[in-house]
Design a protein around this ligand. Structure first.
Ligand code: PEP
Length: 256
């Protein structure tokens, strides 16, 4: 089963207007040197305030897709500080990252709210990148697989197989995010295989074979080749190493 790999940069709360321009320009220059036919799908997730500019810079560059780092699932109304799906559509946003551990832990987002976002995103022709991951305590207690199964089952609740097939999951062990300590590639591969089994049990083997599941957590140019060599890993969701054009382009090269 061949699944198109994805290299997605999650900028988090980084990059003002000038910094965002420099980064997008650098990525565009870097990928102009690469063989487009071999490239993974490249996705960048700027902050809301940089979305307009990123959209404007890449609008004639089909090799880069935009993602948002969050969305509110309600169509409009009294939600101070929130951004709707309709607003993201102005910028041709293709993907929305949901369920990131930072939003779960710092902003109290629940599995139910994440599921509501997934439904709203898919109902409006965008695609969710659904993050899941265990804490160090959960890993040490041996409950990683059951925790991930629970997160994924709840996030996908009520979605059709056609919706799930085009969605993306990102397995991001929380202890590996921003720590410089990536999960061992074979263990990440095993865990992602377990997530795929959850999807197969909920839907079908065919659906599980189609959904792309990324690894995230301290992915670097020095780790990407080994990670991409794993049969279950369909790409990376990358924070820190996506903030410099050179290293992001190296990650893209590592996925070719
Ligand atoms: C992330 O937050 O999605 C992430 C994987 O960050 P980092 O690559 O910096 O660990």
């Amino acid at each position: 089963m061949s699944r198109k790999p994805i290299i997605a940069g999650n900028w988090k709360m980084n990059n003002n207007k000038a910094e965002a321009k420099e980064l997008v320009d650098g990525i565009m220059y870097g990928i102009s040197q690469l063989d487009g036919s071999k490239m993974p799908e490249v996705v960048i997730a700027p902050s809301y305030t940089a979305l307009w500019q990123a959209y404007d810079l890449i609008k004639n560059e089909p090799k880069i897709a935009l993602a948002a780092q969050n969305v509110n699932p309600n169509p409009s109304g009294a939600y101070t500080g929130e951004v709707s799906i309709n607003m993201l559509q102005d910028f041709k946003v293709k993907y929305v990252i949901i369920g990131h551990s930072e939003r779960r832990q710092m902003f109290g987002e629940t599995d139910e709210f994440i599921n509501k976002k997934a439904k709203a995103i898919l109902a409006n022709s965008m695609l969710p990148i659904i993050c899941c991951g265990e804490t160090l305590e959960q890993r040490e207690a041996g409950v990683t697989d059951s925790h991930l199964a629970s997160q994924i089952t709840k996030a996908l609740q009520g979605l059709t197989s056609a919706e799930v097939e085009k969605s993306v999951i990102a397995y991001e062990p929380i202890w590996a995010i921003g720590t410089g300590k990536s999960c061992d590639s074979t263990e990440a591969n095993r865990t992602i295989g377990e997530i795929r089994k959850v999807v197969a049990n909920l839907y079908s083997q065919d659906t599980a074979d189609k959904i792309r599941i990324l690894y995230g957590g301290s992915v670097k140019p020095s780790t990407i080749v080994e990670q991409m060599a794993q049969s279950e890993i369909d790409g990376g969701l990358i924070g820190g190493a996506s903030l410099k054009a050179e290293s992001f382009v190296d990650l893209i090269k590592g996925a070719m």
